[in-house]
Design a protein around this ligand. Structure first.
Ligand SMILES: [Zn+2]
Ligand SMILES: [Zn+2]
Length: 226
């Protein structure tokens, strides 16, 4: 979906602020920076939400992927900046996206058993670790409720913890991947997002990218690996 030139300026200012500080600039400060009214900025945010560049809750930005403005269970600590990662995918994407944070500490807890996990994640290659990521929502259903999808893209101790969590919550099994595959998924997904103009990737149309990072099956819009 095409967005207006002003919405693109607002998007770029929002993303620049999040990348540099870990927090979203206020509507007031965006209005000042863009020489616009707060009403024009609020309209631009609504336009960005309609075009799936951000997720709003009560008019406030809660997700500007890969950044979040509240906990989605992932902290991402860079050399100078602390971010909320929107999910497992997003947390692993931040060191690949933000030039001033080529190495970060990603921390979370297992949704099944609350065991704490942390990894040094860099832009050089996947971190060590035998944990697994479980994604609940298939790629073509991430939108419109991307906050729900992100909240359910989590890292577990093991396959056994994924099974315990699925049993406890009554959710169907989604897709389980290694940390290596998660990192490869995250590596280039958000390329260009801090630049302007930017053409976002649509998950429902990204089968080729998903295949290139080692994913397979209908969850990703792909045939099963044979
Ligand atoms: Zn996410
Ligand atoms: Zn666990």
């Amino acid at each position: 979906m095409l967005i207006s030139a002003f919405a693109e300026r607002a998007r770029h200012a929002l993303y620049t602020g999040l990348a540099e500080t870990g927090t979203a600039p206020s509507v007031d400060s965006l209005a000042l920076a863009l020489g616009a009214t707060t009403g024009e900025v609020a309209s631009a945010m609504a336009e960005l939400a309609d075009a799936h560049h951000v997720v709003l809750e009560a008019g406030e930005v809660v997700l500007a992927h890969p950044f979040a403005t509240r906990s989605f269970r992932f902290s991402v600590m860079g050399p100078d900046t602390l971010w909320w990662g929107g999910c497992a995918w997003d947390a692993f994407a931040i060191p690949n996206l933000v030039p001033q944070a080529p190495s970060v500490l990603v921390a979370t807890t297992c949704p099944a058993c609350e065991t704490a996990h942390a990894w040094t994640v860099t832009n050089q290659g996947p971190p060590a670790g035998g944990q697994v990521a479980h994604f609940l929502v298939p790629a073509d259903r991430i939108w419109p409720d991307a906050a729900h999808a992100c909240a359910n893209q989590q890292i577990y101790c093991s396959e056994a913890c994924v099974r315990h969590w699925l049993t406890r919550t009554g959710n169907p099994r989604g897709y389980v991947m290694t940390l290596e595959t998660l990192w490869r998924l995250a590596e280039h997904w958000y390329d260009g997002r801090l630049d302007t103009p930017y053409q976002r990737r649509e998950p429902a149309l990204a089968a080729d990218y998903f295949r290139s990072v080692g994913l397979s099956g209908p969850f990703w819009g792909l045939p099963e690996r044979t």
